[in-house]
Design a protein around this ligand. Structure first.
Ligand code: PAF
Length: 294
């Protein structure tokens, strides 16, 4: 595995391989790699000839009040995981390489970014969209793998790829969970033992929403209130949002017709957890007769 640190070296490597007809896969990360990342890397490995993983803790997607300074950076461990998984290039650009002096362009996807995470972290998605566009420009991948765990981020990247004709095939890989359902995240290490024991409540509440939809409940408000009820069982958790949404636009649904994504974000102590579940409404006889296929 090679470590590249500059955009020039990265692009030169990519150009050469593309000329030779090699397909390039890409997994962008902020490091602190865990088994969730490992699954993304493995999924990418199966789809391409050469694989690039980037490790860059992107300051532009953190608010001044957030955890940029303390964000975990176990670089030796991250490189070892990449090596074990057969990564060809570990791309580790520094801040000055990504945001050199004079840098001023910002990529925004206002519709998808306006709600949920975007409301609570107003500058977050512009930071993500800008850095992902830049990384795509440097790595020139044929395909890129993102985790479903960050559902809104994946929706935003999809929109951006289409709108800007970036020519990257997007693969969204299912969320990898701990044994008790907690979605894997680099930030889980911030949870104390007591908080960690409480953290699965978010997934439990999303599962309750999914079960309600499978049982035939369609009213968005009702589903949302059922999720909230489950979450209230854990008094230490505060809810940022629990929502029943259209999986493409992320607009809230008053009624679930076909598919929905249940989005949730809570705080336990100072730790913020996000998660989601995509649900397809089961076909009923009446709906089948009217030609609804599921
Ligand atoms: O999901 C992440 O780790 C980051 O948001 C990403 C996509 C690497 C951009 O910094």
């Amino acid at each position: 595995m090679k470590i590249l640190r500059t955009p020039t070296a990265m692009t030169a490597w990519s150009r050469r391989l593309r000329r030779e007809g090699v397909t390039i896969g890409f997994v962008p990360t902020m490091g602190a790699l865990h088994d969730g990342h490992r699954a993304l890397i493995r999924a990418a490995r199966l789809q391409c000839d050469a694989l690039v993983v980037s490790i860059f803790v992107n300051p532009a997607q953190f608010a001044p009040t957030e955890d940029l300074a303390k964000y975990p950076r176990p670089i030796a461990k991250d490189r070892a995981l990449c090596r074990t998984e057969g990564v060809d290039i570990c791309f580790e650009p520094g801040g000055a390489a990504i945001y050199p002096e004079g840098f001023e362009t910002v990529v925004t996807v206002p519709g998808i970014a306006q709600r949920w995470e975007g409301e609570i972290r107003p500058h977050h998605f512009a930071g993500v969209a800008t850095v992902v566009t830049k990384l795509f420009g440097m790595v020139r991948p044929d395909m890129a793998v993102f985790g479903q765990k960050d559902f809104q981020q994946a929706a935003l990247v999809r929109r951006m790829i289409d709108d800007l004709n970036l020519g990257v095939a997007l693969i969204v890989y299912p969320t990898v969970r701990e044994h008790d359902g907690l979605a894997m995240s680099s930030r889980n290490i911030y949870l104390s033992e007591a908080e960690r024991a409480r953290a699965p409540i978010l997934y439990k509440s999303l599962q309750a929403g999914a079960a309600a939809i499978k049982d035939g409940i369609t009213a968005g408000r009702k589903i949302q209130s059922m999720m909230t009820q489950v979450l209230r069982q854990e008094s230490a958790a505060t809810v940022d949002y629990l929502a029943v949404c259209d999986p493409d636009s992320l607009a809230p649904l008053t009624s679930v017709h076909d598919r929905a994504v249940l989005l949730g974000a809570i705080r336990i102590g100072t730790v913020r957890l996000i998660d989601n579940v995509v649900v397809r409404r089961p076909a009923t006889r009446g709906r089948q007769k009217r030609g609804c296929q599921e």
